[in-house]
Design a protein around this ligand. Structure first.
Ligand code: AOF
Ligand code: ZN
Length: 356
């Protein structure tokens, strides 16, 4: 199962709204088949692994990180494929939260006489597909807020200079995160200040997320680097009151504009719904402080990843979270399942906010 999890985790970011899944077929103590789901619309993990196993699959044990599917999606049900291959046992890490499956896969296998075990390395499998688990049950993207800050919580110097807060290893990690998310989102203030491309620039090639800018008045200049670079689509979340001329100019540059409410500010909850409708299952939120603060206040952030650099900048400089704040410490947003990791000289701290 660990091998199956490892294989699956490497495909994170390349299956769009599908989960990552790995499968290992074992017969009499030997691995006879391996597979992972690599691309939406193409073979599921079990199909690849059983194909490799061939006739050895008969009487074998199939280890799979997600409950085999029981429905016809873009591909036929894996359950039937396992039954046809005459495997005698299936070990599943976790059930498939997809309402079209949700236990039916396991039930179908048991009904056909196959022994099924559920729950081996379940936590690991659930964590690996945290975005899929949210998206498939709510239609909303999983939002990961990522920010780099100094030890005193600043994301830039008082002059606005922010290149760079964190070291090169942490920045490489951020690009891996971009590769692993379907969308990347920033506020227009950040777009104006940094004129970023928001592409994935790893030391090896990576996938580019769809770029999203929250821009209530469509202040993004049509000649910004985001719009000149065609590596991924650009979506602007704005308000109904934004200028139609600006909208036309930005659309002419290829941007897709979505009006989210009457204004004056973008209705972010509505915006997230619209991104889900466009099949963006995961979005990396990269600031700035105001958008981070608003998303947090609205309870729209699922996970927070902070890269903390071992430096102090001081001054009236921008902070990672800018919002009205709470009066009492007891009202602060707590984070659960915190983890820490040192990356180069920086500390990576992550956790999941819990909303009252
Ligand atoms: C599995 N093994 O490797 C994957 C599964 O459109 P389709 O046919 O690709 O179906 C997508 C759904 O199938 C997806 O939402 C999830 O419920 C399940 N994914 N199931 O048995 C796999 N990737
Ligand atoms: Zn399947």
């Amino acid at each position: 199962m660990r091998l199956a999890l490892d294989m699956a985790s490497k495909a994170k970011g390349q299956t769009e709204i599908n989960p990552v899944v790995g499968c290992v077929v074992v017969k009499e103590g030997r691995i006879v088949g391996l597979g992972a789901h690599l691309k939406r619309g193409e073979g599921h993990a079990e199909v690849h692994a059983l194909q490799m196993a061939g006739r050895e699959a008969e009487g074998a044990t199939v280890y799979v990180t997600l409950e085999p599917c029981s429905h016809y999606g873009r591909t036929p049900p894996c359950c039937e494929r396992i039954i046809e291959a005459k495997a005698s046992r299936v070990v599943v890490a976790c059930l498939d939260p997809n309402p079209k499956v949700a236990g039916r896969g396991v039930a179908r296998l048991r009904e056909s006489g196959i022994e099924v075990g559920v729950g081996l390395l379940e936590k690991e499998s659930l964590a690996m597909n945290e975005a899929f688990n949210k998206y498939i049950t709510t239609g909303l993207p999983f939002i990961t807020l990522k920010t780099a800050m100094t030890l005193d919580g600043k994301i830039a110097a008082k002059t606005g200079d922010s290149r760079y807060v964190s070291g090169s290893e942490a920045r490489e990690r951020v690009h891996t995160m971009r590769h692993q998310h379907s969308g990347i989102m920033i506020g227009v203030e950040t777009a104006l200040a940094d004129n970023p491309e928001l592409t994935t620039r790893l030391s090896v090639p990576g996938l580019h997320p769809v770029r999203i800018v929250v821009d209530s008045q469509l202040r993004l200049p049509p000649d910004s680097r985001l719009l000149l670079d065609a590596s991924a689509p650009v979506i602007l979340l704005t308000t109904e009151g934004a200028s139609q001329d600006k909208r036309a100019a930005l659309e002419a540059k290829g941007a897709s504009v979505i009006a989210c409410g009457p204004g004056p500010r973008v209705d972010l909850a509505y915006g997230m719904k619209k991104l889900g409708e466009r099949e963006l299952g995961s979005v990396l939120l990269e600031g700035g402080g105001r958008l981070n603060g608003s998303m947090l206040e609205l309870g729209l952030v699922d996970k927070i990843v902070l890269f903390i650099a071992p430096k102090l900048i001081g001054g009236q400089s921008p902070e990672a979270f800018t919002f009205g704040g709470f009066d009492r410490m007891a009202d602060a947003v707590p984070l659960r399942h915190m983890t820490t990791e040192q990356i180069g000289d920086d500390l990576c701290v992550s956790g999941y906010p819990v909303y009252a």
